[in-house]
Each structure stands twice: as C-alpha cells, then as structure tokens.
Write a protein that binds this ligand. Structure first.
Ligand code: GLU
Length: 449
C-alpha cells in the first residue's frame, strides 16, 4: 500500500505483526484500519495516552477447541473450533460462525476485528466477535452436519449467552446449522434462550428480513452512495460475485430498484446472462437443491458459463463483491474502472485487496467498504435480538423499514466523518474513523480493562 502509517502508528502495527505471526489476513485488516487513524490520534490525544489502538488489536478472549464427530460411515473425524471474543465495549460479543476448510485463527481474527467497527457503525448495542471451524460442509449429509454442529455446541455453549456472546451465520452456516446448534444449546442449558443465536428459523424465534438483510443492506448502501452523486440504480448493469445468501439477496434488491444483474459466480466458475439473471432459478439451484451454478445454462441456453472465469472482466456500472476475502485484486479493480464501473459495494468481508482499494480510491468512484456496506446483516441480527427480548415478531415491512433506516444512517455517518477529516467521498476513512471513535469512547469510559 502507498499510504505510510506514520511515526506514531507504525510501531503499534509492527507490534501487532510481531505478536501475531503468520496471520496475514489479520495483519491486512488491522493495517487497513490503522491507516485511517493518524488524524484521530491527533484530534483525540486521550486515545493515544490510554493505548486504545493497542488494546483494540488484542482480543479480550480467544477460545480454540477440538470438535470430534463421526461420519455416516462410522469414521471418527477431528476438526478445530474457534471463537474470538474481540471487544465488548458496546455490547455483548456479536458475530457469525464460518465453516470452511480455509478457516484458521488468522481468518477468524480478521473477521472479528472487522466486526468490532462494523457493529459499532450499526448504532446497535453489540460488541465484536467471530468464530467457526475448518470443517468443510461440502458433500456432507444432513445427519453429518447435525452431529458436527452438536459437537461444536457441546464446547461452545459454556462461552456464549444472550448477554455474553451471540453467534450467527457466515460462510457455510445458515438456518439449518443454526437450528442444530440451537437445539443442542437448549438441551445443555435447559433454557429457551432465543437471543443466544441469531439467524434462527422463522418458526422458532428468527426474524423476517434476516436472511435478506446483508444483500438488501449492501444495495441500500450503494443506492445512498449513488444518490449522493445525483444518480440511482435505474438501468445500471451490475455484477455480483458469489451465489450464496448475500449474493442472492443483493441481486433481488438490485432488480427491485431497476438495475440489471448480468453475472454471478461460485467457486467453480462464472455465469454471464446478458438479458439479466433468472433469480428464481438461482434460488432453486443454490438454496433448495444445493447445486453448482454451472447448471444454470441447462435452463437458459443463451447464458454463458465460464469455468474458473473472472467475473470482474465483465463490464458493469456497479460491482458487488459478495463471495469472500481478497477476491478482487489491483488488476481486477483497474479493469472495472477502465470498463466504466462507477460504484462498488462490498457484500463480503474484505473482498478487495489493498491494491484494489487504492485503485478505487484514486479513480474516485463510489467505493463502499464491507464494514459499512455489509453491516445490514448483523444490524438485522440485532433487530432479531430486540424481538427476542420483547417476545415479539415484527412484519417483513416493518423490519425492512428499520434496516433501510440503519443503512441510510451508516452512509450518512461515514459520509460526514470523511468530510470532517478532510477526505470527502472516501468511505474507507469515514467508516474506519466513525467505527473506531464510538468504540474508543466507550473503552475510555470503562477504564483500563
Ligand atoms: N457474518 C455476518 C457478518 O459478517 C453476520 C454476523 C451476525 O449476524 O452476527 O457481519
């Protein structure tokens, strides 16, 4: 990255690297936030005096545990489970669980670190955490998934609770997995404690709009960025990487706002459909049948599937990376800008590499970083917690209105903070500073803990 960290922040970052060796995604996430904080320390010397940055970079608690389980064929398996309870200055630890073979401590710490600031930006009373396992759900039967989730919760249950730590989903974890984990938690605790997990099924304490929230929220955020430039989604060509929960509801909301999504992807390849993606088919393939996106072309002969293709080569006005970290690099970003892309909204966490971010910022396109743009998911988790605490359930419309308002507020906060710090239009600076200042103020008030 071109930006230096400066005399005060560089040694803090060097210490993070030395204390957390070989956790490259965590280093990347920390650096990205620290690059914005020089002017904040200048304005708030009390944050420096009390070592708030050093404290924020050190998780309050990290739990690593064994998850033993048995396959349908009777083979014993061992996976590793993680829960990093990063920061509880603003509320109980909150953040998802990821099941993916790439999971190790560095991934969970990057996600947990991002979650602190994202959750602060929502304005809801939630701290930051993340967890998960290196378990690969691909090709596993329902009963294998169930036994795995039960084994994970047999350990995790002693560390969580509605006032302590509230996990939810992330990659590889949706309502099915949350259901199995909730059942085991209920059995172990002998309590109906709905607020201990979010992303629950609608029949047993879940919230309407939670499933749609990350995607819808990301589109609301991009819409606000476009509006700030006197534009909107009408007639915009869009590409959305991924085809999981975030991507599906990103596509749905873009279509509702008059845009046209022409491409999505999965780890196998890219689908391009010039006349616009058939979302009902994608939902059937991905949500119901759990199939590969390549099967899309069986139903639409005019669509093209490119194995191992690069979705960012496809010209678009709006790009929404909604798959995973570091999926969009400097070259991809340059290609998008060259092809006329005017806005990027991150549905995934840290999907753009530092080189890619630099390209977007230099080109001065509207770039919404994940910690702001994808905060609608966790914000709606907080709405789910509110409904659980009230033993109430709101309508779809009522909940979506609340989500929309939260996303508008996040946009405004980032926009105004960027202006205040002399970087108008830079949502990276706006999100990092606004999120950090909220957490830092609360930490100061709580004393040296
Ligand atoms: N995993 C989601 C995120 O990255 C949601 C977390 C939650 O709902 O707690 O924000």
């Amino acid at each position: 990255m071109g930006n230096g960290l400066g005399k005060v922040i560089q040694p803090i970052y060097d210490e993070v690297i030395a204390r957390n060796p070989a956790e490259k995604e965590f280093h990347q996430a920390v650096r990205e936030v620290l690059e914005s904080l020089g002017p904040v320390l200048a304005k708030h010397p009390e944050f420096g005096e009390h070592k708030i940055i050093q404290r924020i970079c050190e998780p309050e608690r990290q739990i690593i545990f064994r998850i033993p389980w048995t396959t349908d064929k009777g083979e014993d398996m061992i996976n590793r489970g993680f829960r990093v309870q990063f920061n509880s200055a603003l509320g109980p630890y909150k953040g998802g669980l990821r099941f993916h073979p790439t999971v190790y401590l560095g991934i969970i710490k990057f996600l947990g670190f991002e979650q602190i600031f994202k959750n602060a930006l929502t304005g809801m009373p939630i701290g930051g955490a993340k967890g998960g396992s290196d378990f690969d759900p691909k090709g596993k039967s329902d009963s294998e998934i169930m036994r795995f989730c039960q084994s994970l919760m047999t350990e995790l249950h002693r560390h969580i609770g509605e006032h302590t730590d509230v996990p939810a989903g992330d990659i590889g974890v949706s309502a099915r997995e949350i259901g199995f984990m909730y059942g085991q938690y209920k059995r172990l605790s002998n309590k109906w404690e709905a607020g201990v997990l979010t992303g629950k099924g609608l029949a047993w304490g879940g919230s309407l709009v939670r499933k749609e929230a990350t995607g819808y929220g990301a589109v609301f955020f991009v819409h606000e960025m476009l509006k700030a430039r006197g534009d909107d989604f009408e007639g915009k060509i869009c590409t959305v990487s991924g085809s999981g929960n975030v991507a599906i509801y990103t596509i749905e909301k873009i279509h509702q706002l008059g845009g046209k999504c022409v491409a999505c992807s999965d780890s196998g390849g890219v689908i391009y459909h010039e006349k616009g993606l058939d979302l009902d088919l994608i939902k059937q393939l991905k949500e119901v049948d759990r199939r590969r996106i390549s099967e899309y072309t069986k139903h639409h002969k005019d669509a093209v599937y490119k194995e191992k293709g690069n979705i960012w080569e496809i010209p678009c006005h709006v790009a929404m990376p909604s798959a995973t970290e570091n999926e969009l690099d400097g070259k991809d970003a340059a290609m998008l800008v060259k092809n006329g892309c005017i806005a990027v909204g991150e549905g995934a966490n840290m999907p753009t590499t530092p080189e890619g971010v630099e390209v977007f910022l230099k080109a001065k396109i509207a770039y919404g970083p994940g910690k702001a743009a994808n905060a609608g998911g966790v914000a709606t988790s907080a709405l789910e917690m509110q409904q659980n605490a009230m033993r109430d359930a709101w309508s779809f419309e009522e909940t979506e209105v609340k989500l929309h308002k939260i996303m508008k507020n996040i946009h405004q906060l980032c926009y105004e903070t960027a202006e205040e710090y002399g970087e108008p239009g830079n949502y990276v600076v706006g999100a990092n500073i606004a999120g950090f200042v909220k957490v830092a103020r609360a930490m100061l008030a709580h004393g040296v803990i």
